[in-house]
Write a protein that binds this ligand. Structure first.
Ligand code: SF4
Length: 316
């Protein structure tokens, strides 16, 4: 299956090794630069430098002031950059709208996506969102966004990159102009990915396109992409994958002899028990479908959701 060629991903500049942090340092993330850089076109941005803060600069933090979370100087709380960071995020909409994902620096009062320390009169509570990140998330609720720290977890990493590729294919289709038939084809291509995340929600998603809706095509597409990106945020479970693998196996029931069927059953069972990673049953299925092509499975992205060189299915 071909994957989209140009995938733009926003990224906190310090993660690319740019020395933009308050202490003139950086937070180079080698997975981003050395691995993902081969597949994505990164668009770096440092909101703090962008609002005119210097390098080096006095550190800032989130503070709860009577229920209002503000981003202020650690030493001088009269320095308040909350509104400037918010406005800066809004100013970036012209390039944010071209993105297929965003990788943010964790725990930053500007860039952190979740669990950023919020100070108050007593102990700080880790329940904040960086001011720039919050605005980005509000402006683009469907955009796949993740933090570099969380990308170290193989499951979260696979989930994020899968969302990026699905979203990139969606955007590619929308940019080329689409019909209800193309939306339905898109759904068919991703149905098994959706099923691995949540079978019920996958059915509801399909129903959005199947029903005789009175809404315009654009409205249907908007409802669909919102529901799809919400569904994909729900992590695919082992049970979900086993269920999906079994469904796909059903397409081979006439093609395989009893020995091949038994081997496939055994491998899926080994995956279920955690003895082999997902790539093992997927590779065996790919092998059988190469020998016994099926039109529906050929167009499905479940067996090749992202470039295999990323080896994302090898650790889940
Ligand atoms: S504001 Fe964001 S990009 Fe800039 S240094 Fe802090 S975490 Fe990195």
């Amino acid at each position: 299956m071909t994957q989209p060629t140009s995938i733009k991903i926003g990224i906190s500049s310090c993660l690319l090794g740019e020395k933009v942090r308050f202490d003139s340092g950086h937070k180079l993330n080698k997975y981003a630069t050395e691995v993902l850089g081969g597949y994505f076109e990164f668009v770096p941005f440092c909101p703090e430098v962008s609002i005119g803060l210097t390098i080096p600069r006095a550190p800032i933090r989130l503070v709860d002031i009577d229920g209002d979370v503000r981003c202020v100087g650690v030493k001088d709380a009269s320095i308040d950059v909350t509104d400037a960071l918010k406005a800066k995020a809004d100013e970036q909409v012209h390039w944010h709208q071209d993105l297929c994902g965003y990788i943010l620096k964790h725990s930053s009062p500007s860039c952190g996506m979740e669990r950023v320390k919020v100070y108050n009169k007593s102990m700080p509570i880790k329940n904040g969102v960086g001011i720039y990140a919050k605005q980005l998330l509000e402006n683009f609720p469907n955009l796949p966004v993740e933090e570099e720290g969380r990308l170290e977890d193989p499951h979260l990493r696979e989930n994020f990159i899968q969302r990026v590729f699905v979203y990139a294919r969606w955007r590619e289709m929308v940019e080329q102009g689409y019909t209800i038939g193309q939306l339905q084809k898109f759904h068919a291509q991703h149905k098994y990915i959706f099923m691995s995340h949540d079978q019920t929600l996958a059915k509801e998603l399909g129903a959005l396109l199947a029903q005789n809706v009175k809404d315009s095509l654009e409205e249907v597409a908007q409802q669909y992409v919102t529901a799809m990106m919400q569904l994909l945020k729900k992590m695919a479970s082992k049970r979900g994958h086993v269920n999906t693998l079994k469904h796909i196996q059903g397409y081979l029931k006439r093609a395989l002899d009893s020995e091949d069927k038994q081997e496939l059953n055994d491998i899926i069972e080994q995956y279920r028990q955690g003895l082999v990673p997902l790539i093992v049953p997927i590779t065996l299925l790919r092998h059988h479908f190469r020998r016994n092509p099926d039109e529906y499975i050929d167009q499905s992205f479940y067996l090749s959701p992202h470039p295999s060189e990323l080896m994302l299915l090898n650790r889940i």
